[in-house]
Design a protein around this ligand. Structure first.
Ligand code: DSN
Length: 413
């Protein structure tokens, strides 16, 4: 690369990723092939429209690569229709709302402090000005079980057009069948935002909402799915819904699709169809369980009481007197990256909440097994208990660096 300034920044980020441990549960390390496709000359091409129906010429290869991505996505998630053009998870959700709702219509989704996402109707978003978002919660934060009875009551009262399942900070499996039953009762469409667990679904390590009758899945293609940053909308079998979604993505909401990104999605979906990916998905869960065990041992409160997936949400303020922000900073100092996070009904503020959220997708890609994950959990707790002890933190930093060196990011360095 000729641009020395940007090159230096890329090298710096490379070193940061190489020497530290990535525990942000929505991050991962993509393969060389995914990087190569994402950095390919498909980036030069404009392709408004869909395969076979574009507004520009020269689409021989773009059509083929988009068809391949669609075919692989449908095989991976066991569905009939896929739109692989959304630029990321938020645009995928917004395009889905625009496809199915009129202004003022109601969406019933997970309460944000109980694990939902900004695009599930947070008041700071524009969609919250357009549509009416109502919320369900967990019944009990000790088990994480959703209050399905409450959900049904709200659904009967508010008659939502969409019932939305899914989360960005929730660690338990959902009972999709219950969502579907309630939706049928009130005539709602079921939409699952599976951005966090798409890789776990693809690897058959957790349930696929389509198997229980969900109509739509939206997702990112990075995170556990280990593809390029991007989004996707899947429709189980309803052609009418699929057509509305295609129209909504383009021309309704987006312009030209990023074909380099779609090529990289095709590569990632191909990788996710392999037996090795199934093994990877199962190992993510085993690793999260190993970390959960250590947090239990040290009596640190976990929202939902533990985890069934790739992430843990821990109340570090309530258990250790360290705020989420302070925990994030001090763990960064020793080479562990994670994020502060609100916990259910948090009394603290989003920029300094009570919790931290962390997970195992990235370290599992590096080859970590249960033993290493348990060690990382011990080191995290030791760091938080010694947050003002410089010497102790230096010792831990060295241990983290050694561990990172022992498990290099595959195919990179
Ligand atoms: N920022 C993503 C996450 O970390 O969960 C969701 O958009």
């Amino acid at each position: 690369m000729k641009d020395k300034k940007v090159k230096k920044l890329i090298k710096g980020e490379e070193k940061r990723q190489r020497d530290g441990l990535e525990l942000i549960p929505s991050e991962n390390y993509v393969s060389r092939d995914v990087l190569e496709a994402n950095g390919s000359i498909f980036t030069n091409k404009y392709s408004e429209g869909y395969p076979g129906k574009r507004y520009y010429g020269g689409q021989d290869y773009t059509d083929k690569v988009e068809r391949l991505a669609i075919e692989r996505a449908c095989k991976l998630f066991n569905c009939k229709f896929a739109n692989v053009q959304p630029l990321s998870g938020a645009p995928a959700n917004v395009a889905t709302y625009f496809a199915l709702l009129e202004p003022g219509d109601t969406v019933l989704g997970m309460d944000l402090s109980h694990g939902g996402h900004l695009t599930h109707g947070h008041p700071v978003t524009y969609i919250a000005k357009l549509f009416n978002f109502v919320r369900y919660k967990m019944k009990d934060t000790r088990t994480g079980e959703i209050d399905y009875k409450g959900l049904r009551e709200i659904a009967l009262k508010t008659k939502p057009k969409i019932i939305l399942a899914g989360f960005s900070a929730y660690s338990r499996e959902l009972n999709y069948k219950k969502f579907v039953d309630i939706a049928h009762e009130v005539g709602a469409i079921t939409m699952a935002d599976m951005a966090h667990i798409a890789g776990l679904i693809a690897g058959k390590a957790v349930r696929n909402p389509f198997d229980d009758g969900f109509d739509i899945i939206t997702t990112t293609t990075h995170k556990t799915l280990r593809g390029p940053r991007g989004g996707m909308i899947l429709v189980r079998n309803n052609e009418e819904i699929a057509k509305k979604i295609d129209k909504s993505v383009f021309p309704g909401f987006q312009g030209g699709p990023h074909m380099n990104n779609i090529a990289a999605k095709a590569v990632a979906f191909g990788e996710a169809l392999t037996p090795a990916f199934k093994k990877y998905a199962r190992q993510i869960l085993k690793n999260a369980k190993a970390m959960e065990k250590v947090f239990h041992k040290h009596k640190i409160r976990m929202i939902g009481g533990g985890t069934d997936n790739h992430l843990i949400l821990a109340d570090v303020y309530g258990s250790l007197g360290v705020s989420g922000k302070e925990a994030q900073t001090v763990l960064d100092e020793v080479g562990i990256t994670l994020n502060m996070n609100m916990i259910a009904d948090d009394t603290r503020k989003p920029m300094d909440p009570s919790g931290i959220r962390f997970g195992t997708p990235a370290i599992t890609t590096r080859g970590f097994k249960e033993k290493e994950c348990a060690l990382v959990a011990e080191l995290m707790i030791e760091t938080l208990r010694n947050k003002d002890n410089k010497k102790k933190k230096e010792e831990i930093r060295k241990k983290i660096k050694t561990l990172a060196k022992k498990f290099p990011i595959p195919n990179y360095f």
